[in-house]
Structure formats: C-alpha cells, structure tokens
Design a protein around this ligand. Structure first.
Ligand SMILES: Cc1cc2nc3c(=O)[nH]c(=O)nc-3n(C[C@H](O)[C@H](O)[C@H](O)COP(=O)(O)OP(=O)(O)OC[C@H]3O[C@@H](n4cnc5c(N)ncnc54)[C@H](O)[C@@H]3O)c2cc1C
Length: 379
C-alpha cells in the first residue's frame, strides 16, 4: 500500500536477498504476510560470495532443487604445508554437494515471488527514521513503513547498526576462483590445506566435484603477507586436486567477509531482527554459513509470524542469540585454536596429531558429523 506522501506500508521489509533473506521472506509470505525484499545487487547471479558447499544435514532437511547441485562428494583430503603425506578421509555417505549458486538463487527468487514476496533489485537500504526505512532504488529514494525489518544484509549489516543490535567484529576474509573442469576418473573431493603462510587462521581449499573447481583461501585479513588476491594466485599455482586441469584465462571470482565470532547475542529488538551472516550465524570452526542461515531463518519467520498475528512485538524477545550461543562454546574454542596456528612448523606439528587414530576420528567427527546449527536452546 502507498500513502499520499508516497510512503509504502508493508508488514515486513527484508533487506538483502542472499539465502537468508530469500528464505525468511518466502516463509513469511507463505504465511500470508505482506513482504518487501530489497537487494542492492541488480541481479542475483552477480557478485556471488560463497563456494556453495552444502552439507549432508542441509541436503537432508531442506528442499534444494537437485538440478542446481553438483555431484555428491565423499572424500576430504587434508594437507600440511608443503602438501606432503596428506590425510585422506573417505565417508560411506554422500557428505557434500556444491550448489550452482546463480540458478539456485534464481530458483529461490521464483519461490519467493510465487509466495507473494515483492522483490526490488538494484535497491539499497540506506537508513531508518522510527519505523520508516529509506531505500535507494533505480528510480531514486523510496520510503517504506514496516511493522518489522529483517536485516539479512550480510556480515557488515547496516540494519544491525541502525537497530543498535550486535555487530560482527571477528571476521575472516575469503576469496576463490571458480572454473569448469573436464571429466575425470578421480572421485569428487574436497582438498583442504592447513598452511598459515597461504591462509592465516583458516584454510586454503580446492573443491573439485568433476564439474567445477573452486580454488580459494581464507584467513584473517591483516595476516596475509601479501594480500588476499596474491594468496589466491600463489595457492592456485600449486594447488592440489587439479591433476590434468588447466586453469582457463577467464575465471569467475568470488569473495567476501566471513563472521567467525559465533552467533551474536542481541539479534532482535521490538523493531526487527537479524538473520544469516548479519546475525553471525556461521560455524566459527568450519566457516560454513549456509546451513545456519537456512535454519535461523525458520526460527526468525516463526517469531515474526507470532508477533504479526498477536500484534505483540514482545514476541521478538524469544529470538535470543545469547541463549543459542551456549551451543557454540566447543566450536569457538576450536576456532581460537586454529587462529593460533601461525607458522608452518605449528601446522606441521598439528598434522602429526591428525595422523593418529584419535586425530583422524576427531577430524571425521567435524567433517562428517551429524551436528547442524542449533536454533533451539540445548538443555
Ligand atoms: C569465499 C566464501 C566462501 C564460502 N563458502 C561457503 C561454503 O562453501 N559453505 C557454507 O556453508 N558457507 C560458506 N560461506 C559462508 C556463506 O556463504 C554465508 O554464511 C552465507 O552465504 C550467508 O548468507 P546471507 O544471506 O546471510 O548473506 P549474503 O549471501 O552475504 O547476502 C546478503 C545480501 O544482502 C545484500 N545487501 C547488503 N547490504 C545491503 C543493503 N544496504 N541494501 C540492500 N541489500 C544489501 C547483499 O548484496 C547480499 O545479496 C562462504 C563465505 C565466503 C565469503
């Protein structure tokens, strides 16, 4: 609805059409609410910020279009600096599939539109005054009065700032190159290199599922010796898992910040709430955020639905990051451990542990475990 002053009125304004925003918006529209989804990118196929590895629990619990998923991956190979004597872990189940993200976002946008979401592309959220939000779109500024706002605007959320909610202050940065690969007899595999000179505080990776290769690094921005871009190039020159594959001259480049401080404590207030990276909903250890963003979006939609139906903003108090955060203690401790791997010698020593039966079992639990992002408080 648009008033005479030109201000539109909606039930919920969702800012950001990543997976978190698309999923939250769709769930709310399916329950009959009037939802506007504003996304600053002019097309959902551009500026993709994720490798798109979906873990088994997500594939089991959410209906992702199978034609947008690559072949199943059952093998993980872990390498020390120098890449000698890697540790290969094989699962007897399909553990991962890499999403073809542009069509996957497009399919999510169709589902959102079918549910009744109005999506405005090329439209940036720029600020708020009380319950009126300003968007800057292709035709200039637009004002929207919303009963609730959802910040699904990523790791450096402006909505979080404007609602005076918590903000991510512990971030990695990651970047990768993506290109098609020829068919091969090698099984699809996820190769991870623990080398702080390439990926300080995290990992360098090659995912080669027999259709596409993703070659990337992530780490703490200030610790890359010669910058993130150069680290990707250095890694690409000797990356494992690409036997018989030539890097084409043209590659797709992806990258962005990854919050690893764990779920934020204050992620809601009477005006709205945060989902996905904006809420810090990323595993601090694996840096996986796709499963968390889908699960937290469901919780967010439940709470907002209750608030809209009851007319009581107090329902949003149930959306409490501090309570859910308790489940992250172990993963936060392991993240601190990974952050301490500062030299190749320490990484090599960590590999001695990994080669023991206990080390291999621990790695299998992390990489092939059944745990997923908690959205209910654990007892
Ligand atoms: C290089 C890299 C690789 C990764 N790989 C994996 C992986 O393989 N598996 C995994 O589980 N996780 C991975 N992650 C993490 C995962 O991608 C994220 O956690 C997840 O995509 C977060 O989704 P989101 O919707 O919260 O945020 P995003 O996908 O970042 O979406 C936020 C959206 O908000 C929009 N936006 C921002 N500000 C505004 C504004 N002011 N107005 C309007 N729109 C705005 C942005 O354009 C964007 O579309 C990776 C992250 C990176 C950086």
């Amino acid at each position: 609805m648009t008033s005479r002053s030109g201000t539109q009125t909606v039930d919920v304004l969702v800012v950001g059409a990543g997976l978190a925003g698309l999923h939250t918006a769709t769930l709310l529209a399916e329950r009959g609410h009037d939802v506007l989804l504003a996304e600053r990118r002019p097309s959902l196929a551009g500026a993709i910020r994720t490798t798109g590895i979906f873990v088994r629990k997500t594939l089991d619990d959410f209906q992702l279009p199978p034609e947008c998923l690559g072949p199943p991956i059952r093998r993980v190979v872990l390498y020390p600096p120098g890449l000698r004597r890697p540790v290969t872990l094989d699962s007897d189940r399909d553990e991962y599939r890499v999403g073809d993200m542009a069509p996957l976002y497009a399919a999510a946008a169709v589902a959102a539109a079918d549910a009744g979401v109005r999506m405005e592309l090329g439209t940036r959220y720029v600020g708020r005054r009380a319950d009126v939000y300003t968007l800057d779109g292709p035709d200039g500024p637009v004002r929207v009065r919303a009963r609730y706002v959802v910040g699904a605007d990523g790791a450096r959320s402006r909505v979080a700032r404007d609602l005076a909610l918590d903000r991510n202050d512990s971030l990695l940065v990651g970047a990768e190159e993506v290109f098609a690969v020829p068919r091969s007899a090698e099984p699809p595999a996820f190769h991870c290199v623990l080398d702080p000179s390439l990926a300080p505080g995290y990992l360098a990776w090659v995912v080669n599922d027999g259709q596409h290769a993703h070659v990337g690094v992530a780490g703490y921005a200030h610790r890359f010796p010669d910058g993130l871009r150069r680290a990707v190039a250095r890694f690409g020159a000797s990356a494992p898992g690409l036997h018989g594959v030539d890097r084409p001259a043209e590659v797709e480049r992806r990258g962005g910040p990854i919050p690893v401080g764990g779920l934020l404590r204050r992620i809601s207030c009477p005006l709205g709430l945060l989902v996905g990276d904006a809420a810090g909903a990323v595993s601090p250890l694996t840096a996986g955020g796709l499963d968390p963003c889908l699960r937290l979006s469901e919780h967010a939609a439940d709470v907002l639905d209750e608030a809209l139906r009851s007319g009581r903003a107090a329902a949003l108090a149930r959306y409490d990051g501090a309570e859910l955060r308790a489940s992250f203690r172990g993963r936060l401790a392991l993240r601190r451990g990974l952050a301490q791997v500062r030299t190749p010698a320490v990484a090599a020593a960590a590999f001695s542990l990994l080669r023991t039966p206990v080390g291999r079992a621990a790695a299998r639990r992390i990489l092939f475990g059944d745990r997923s992002f908690p959205t209910r408080t654990v007892a």
